[in-house]
Design a binder for this molecule. Structure first.
Ligand code: NAD
Length: 498
């Protein structure tokens, strides 16, 4: 007797049709759907309701009616539910990670880390909310206090690259602070968020979390324009972020934005462990298949070390295994869609036409059984900071190496970009490291280890990378009003009337 291994989609236990989560139920007046397609194989994974204005109206109404009860729920109980959600994610991590690998084409080992980090976020904000304090000061005959109050219904919109982390970055602080949520996942990556919705519906009261999949210009625009949404939180491109900021301005509601990036990664000449830095540089640009807002896409290598460093970097790029998202030996897998794949290949072409020196990769390859997918070998260019490939966010595995020798010029070039999300630097000189961290216009600076995000350390952008900090206790401030209350022990003596 032979036992057959189930097909990955069956292993993932996907439903045939996904509906929005509204008021604790998966239902929708909308009949139109869009398809979730495996970007590697082209296989149809599921149909998803194309959330409409009516769905957003229902979801916001459900969130609005759930808000008073949720805001009044003791923070310890809210926290317990977040901890339970984290436990359920951990218990189902293999399935959730497989769903993301099938849905967005990233390798399973990475999507597993995404869900583990997401679980950590729910636990982090469960703890942070309990100690989230207002302010107080004794005054003559009384006390002045400031109380933190949840804002109300929060509208949240996320991109496709790391859906588990994006959903957690948005929902964990909002819920911990006592808000109710309407979340719109990206049309390229809705499945794991809707699966998470199944767990959420068993843990949280109805209406506290509502998830409406759909297109940006339909469900997304309807959510940002809805008069009962009291705060908007968005992660995605700078162009759409600007639309969200306008929508917030029109209704005078607070907006937080996590947008694009084109981060510098700087190698100083005093480094000793060149192999480790080569590894960091490759990881910085090629993790997530390069589809990461904080990718280190501009590598500044000092003249004195350039000739030692570059052959190792080229050899490192040549060793990167490009393969199926389900193959455990894969390092870089498939881009999220044909559209994204063509965009990345177009930029590689632009780089060549601009005269940049292509030192490794940059070609599309066929991966057996996955011929539909755009598998692109990470491209390594030597170029100038002014080149288009060095200035524009490509959102794919394309690295621009820029040779430098003058510190001030290098810093001016590192900052000479519209974005300011992250930066990396490598040196053994702590004074130089701290001076350079101060000089960089970036929300996060990682010294001697790229992408070293620590739970509790703020994550947010400068310049066109947005505003507001996530990932840290201060995020709870973005999801609360600060109300000032002044108490006197007894009424003041008459003092005004003549
Ligand atoms: P995108 O801006 O096209 O889409 C993001 C989300 O916005 C999606 O859910 C989409 O449906 C929605 N949307 C699109 N048009 C809309 C509209 N008119 N109104 C309301 N919602 C709308 O971004 P993308 O291409 O999916 O994602 C890649 C971008 O996201 C990159 O620029 C990347 O740097 C950025 N990103 C930033 C961070 C961060 O934390 N800073 C993290 C991940 C991704």
């Amino acid at each position: 007797m032979t036992t057959q291994t189930p097909a990955p989609a069956a292993q993932a236990g996907l439903s045939e049709r996904y509906q929005p989560l509204i008021g604790g139920r998966f239902a929708s007046p909308t009949t139109e759907t869009f398809a979730a397609i495996n970007p590697a194989t082209g296989a149809h994974l599921a149909d998803i309701t194309r959330g409409s204005q009516a769905d957003i109206t229902d979801a916001v109404a459900a969130a609005k009616s759930a808000f008073p009860g949720w805001a009044a729920t003791p923070v310890e109980q809210r926290s317990a539910m977040l901890v339970e959600l984290a436990r359920v994610i951990d218990a189902n991590i293999d399935r959730l990670a497989l769903i993301d690998a099938l849905d967005i084409g990233r390798r399973v080992s990475e999507t597993t880390i995404d869900h583990a980090r997401a679980a950590d976020q729910y636990r982090f904000f469960a703890a942070a909310a309990v100690t989230h304090a207002g302010w107080n000061r004794s005054i003559a005959g009384g006390i002045a206090i400031a109380k933190r109050e949840p804002i109300g219904v929060v509208g949240q919109i996320i991109p496709w690259n790391v859906p588990a982390i994006m959903a957690a970055f948005k929902m964990a602080p909002a819920l911990a602070a006592g808000n109710t949520v309407v979340l719109k996942p990206d049309e390229n990556a809705s499945l794991s968020t809707l699966e998470l919705g199944k767990y959420i519906s068993e843990i949280f009261p109805p209406g506290v979390v509502n998830i409406v999949p759909g297109l940006g210009e339909e469900a997304g625009a309807a959510l940002t324009a809805h008069p009962d949404v009291q705060k908007l939180a968005f992660t995605g491109s700078t162009e759409v972020g600007r639309l969200i900021a306008h929508a917030g301005a029109d209704r005078l509601v607070p907006v937080s934005l996590e947008l694009g990036g084109k981060s510098p990664n700087i190698v100083f000449p005093d480094v000793t462990d060149v192999d480790a830095i080569v590894d960091n540089a490759a990881f910085a640009v090629a993790h997530c298949n390069g589809q990461s807002c904080l990718a280190g896409t501009r590598l500044f290598v000092h003249d004195d070390i350039y000739d030692t460093f570059m052959p190792k970097l080229v050899a490192g790029f040549e060793r990167i295994v490009v393969g199926s998202p389900l193959d455990p030996t894969t390092v870089v897998s498939c881009l999220v869609s044909s559209e994204q794949g063509e965009r990345v290949l177009d930029y590689i072409d632009i780089g060549k036409k601009e005269g940049a020196d292509l030192l490794a990769g940059g070609d599309r390859i066929d991966v057996p059984g996955n011929e539909f997918g755009h598998f692109v070998r990470p491209a390594l260019f030597a170029t100038e900071n002014s080149a288009r490939i060095a200035q524009e966010e490509i959102f794919g595995p394309v690295l621009s190496v820029i040779r430098w020798n003058d510190y001030d010029t290098m810093i001016a070039e590192a900052n000479g970009i519209r974005y300011g999300l992250a930066a990396g630097l490598y040196t053994n000189d702590i004074a130089n490291a701290m001076k350079t961290a101060d000089a960089l216009e970036a929300g996060s600076v990682w010294i001697n280890g790229y992408f070293n995000m620590i739970d509790g350390s703020p994550f947010g952008g400068y310049k066109d990378s947005g505003f507001g900090s996530e990932y840290c206790a201060e995020t709870l401030n973005m999801y609360t009003h600060l109300k000032s209350v002044t108490l006197l022990n007894e009424p003041v003596a008459p003092f005004f009337l003549p």
